[in-house]
Design a protein around this ligand. Structure first.
Ligand code: ADP
Ligand code: MG
Length: 146
């Protein structure tokens, strides 16, 4: 089922992220990682959303827009689980992500993986990936399709 949200400021976007994180933490008995694909233009709110999402997972560290870093691992729950933040903005092809050990990353049910610019690695995303689309409406409004 598709949900459409309109947020009026960045804290509303973060709040939706926080709620989704709580929901995902309530899922059990998964056989592989939970993968979230975030699509949408620069400035549409993907990283902002993930700041709220990480908070919802109980991660204290701030999620940043990776400029030179392609991915960052955030252990949480005393390192029993991991949140990976991947940003494909700078990559040329899926192989660069596969070379980071992506296959192993997505096979571990302890992992939650959020991928910005996921449209660039469409061919290697698992079938059960949750896709979120971000759209810029105006300076302060964003549309999020979940
Ligand atoms: P992306 O990761 O998609 O490039 P960012 O989250 O880094 O986008 O940037 C979004 C920018 O838009 C931030 O500067 C943020 O302050 C601003 N902004 C304004 N309104 C909103 C909103 N409703 N939701 C999210 N970000 C917003
Ligand atoms: Mg970003």
């Amino acid at each position: 089922m598709e949900h459409i949200y309109i947020t009026n400021n960045l804290s509303e976007t973060k709040k939706i992220g926080r709620k989704l994180a709580k929901k995902i933490l309530s899922f059990s008995d998964r056989k592989n990682a939970f993968v979230i694909a975030l699509k949408g233009d620069l400035g549409s709110g993907k990283t902002t959303f993930l700041q709220g999402f990480a908070k919802g997972l109980g991660i204290q560290e701030k999620i940043l827009s990776p400029t030179f870093v392609i991915f960052k691992k955030f252990p949480f729950f005393a390192d029993k689980r991991n949140f990976y933040h991947i940003d494909c903005y700078r990559i040329q092809n899926s192989k660069e992500i596969l070379d980071l050990g992506f296959k192993q990353m997505i096979s571990d049910p302890k992992n939650i993986i959020a991928i910005e610019w996921a449209e660039r690695i469409e061919d290697i995303l698992p079938k059960d990936t949750l896709t979120l689309e971000f759209e810029f409406i105006n300076k302060t409004k964003r549309k999020i399709i979940l």
